[in-house]
Ligand binder design. Structure first.
Ligand code: NI
Ligand code: MN
Length: 227
């Protein structure tokens, strides 16, 4: 599996030629919008963790162009249908679905989820994606929560994608505790540096993880990591 980072919490994972794009937020991300062409991004599936603009802003634009199937909670599925995006698959916390090349299980995220126009966005979620190529967990925006202890019951993880920017989500120390709870040796940090509230010290983050024997990858925007 190869992960490519597009800034903030937007990344894609290539699973045997199927491209899963998560939380597209390019247009309004000043760190990414000169580096990433939102109208050239490939996607076969788009997974939306919750309704906040910094996770869904480019979803309609990319889904309309690519025809990708959008996987999100019930309320976001209904909202997307109203925007004209009809190739959607509604899910909710606790549920799983086999999409063929991979299976998605939706898990608890401790956060909020209002949509950009003020519509109710349902509950925020994390995703456990399992496939023959390997397994990973994207927590979405979340606090550290003991619910994460359940993740190893459902999947042996090759890697996890976790927010590390603090203020709105876990900080570096909490993300490290999460990695230990989910029994995962490889973490990709997201949701940092985009706004003033979430700027972090990269070296401190890497040292904190290294001291605990867990790998922290902070790929450059458009950079890739393989697992
Ligand atoms: Ni959020
Ligand atoms: Mn966010």
């Amino acid at each position: 599996m190869t992960l490519t980072y597009y800034g903030h919490s937007c990344f894609s994972v290539n699973i045997g030629g199927n491209i899963l794009l998560f939380d597209p937020f390019i247009t309004y991300n000043e760190l990414a919008n000169t580096l990433v062409d939102v109208d050239a991004l490939a996607a076969d599936y788009i997974l939306i963790s919750h309704g906040h603009a910094d996770h869904i802003a480019d979803c309609v634009r990319i889904a309309s162009r690519t025809g990708a199937k959008v996987i999100a909670n019930w309320e976001i599925h209904e909202w997307l249908n109203k925007q004209g995006v009809t190739n959607t698959h509604p899910m909710n916390t606790g549920g799983k679905w086999n999409f063929g090349p991979f299976t998605v299980k939706c898990v608890v995220a401790q956060h909020s989820s209002g949509l950009p126009d003020g519509s109710y966005g349902g509950n925020p979620m994390g995703f456990i994606v399992t496939s023959e190529a390997g397994n990973f967990y994207y927590s979405g925006d979340t606090a550290l929560t003991l619910d994460m202890q359940l993740v190893p019951k459902w999947a042996k993880l090759n890697f996890a994608v976790l927010p590390i920017g603090d203020n709105f989500t876990m900080d570096v120390a909490d993300a490290l505790t999460c990695a230990q709870l989910i029994n995962c040796q490889n973490v990709v940090g997201v949701h940092y540096d985009t706004f003033g509230f979430i700027k972090i010290d990269h070296e401190h983050a890497k040292k904190t993880f290294a001291a605990a024997g867990i790998n922290l990858a902070l790929p450059a925007i458009t950079g890739s990591v393989s697992f």
